[in-house]
Design a protein around this ligand. Structure first.
Ligand SMILES: [Zn+2]
Length: 131
């Protein structure tokens, strides 16, 4: 399993500053991203994204697959939102390490919403355009 490069992070998670940074920690154990997932789930009305709805035992694959556990008509959008959220959490982690800049959860969720909106403008999704 992937773990942080010690020279960049000292091994510590830069989001919560309390645990060793591993892929599973960043994806579904760290409290900071969990807050982001909850806010995103509420904002896009997709309960499968809220961390309290995730199964307790999971692999990374099972976890990601579960994020889009919703009506079939919403599944593609849920995957787009999940990937965008993952990407923005990763960018936030890198911003903190390499630029020393931190966004608030609200600022990050606004970025996610903006990015999803741009994806939907480019590829078309009537539901997201109404959000
Ligand atoms: Zn953490």
């Amino acid at each position: 399993m992937w773990a942080a490069n010690d020279s960049a992070t000292g091994g510590q998670c830069k989001l919560c500053r309390r645990s060793l940074e591993t892929s599973s920690h960043l994806c579904f154990e760290c409290p900071w991203p969990n807050t982001i997932w909850d806010l995103v789930g509420v904002r896009f009305r997709l309960p499968s994204l809220c961390h309290e709805n995730w199964p307790s035992r999971r692999t990374l694959f099972e976890w990601f697959k579960g994020l889009s556990r919703c009506r079939a008509t919403d599944r593609s959008e849920a995957r787009t939102i999940a990937l965008t959220t993952l990407w923005e959490i990763w960018l936030e982690r890198n911003r903190r390490i390499f630029q020393g800049v931190e966004l608030s959860p609200g600022q990050l969720v606004s970025r996610i919403q903006e990015t999803v909106g741009l994806w939907n403008l480019a590829f078309g999704s009537s539901r997201m355009l109404r959000e």
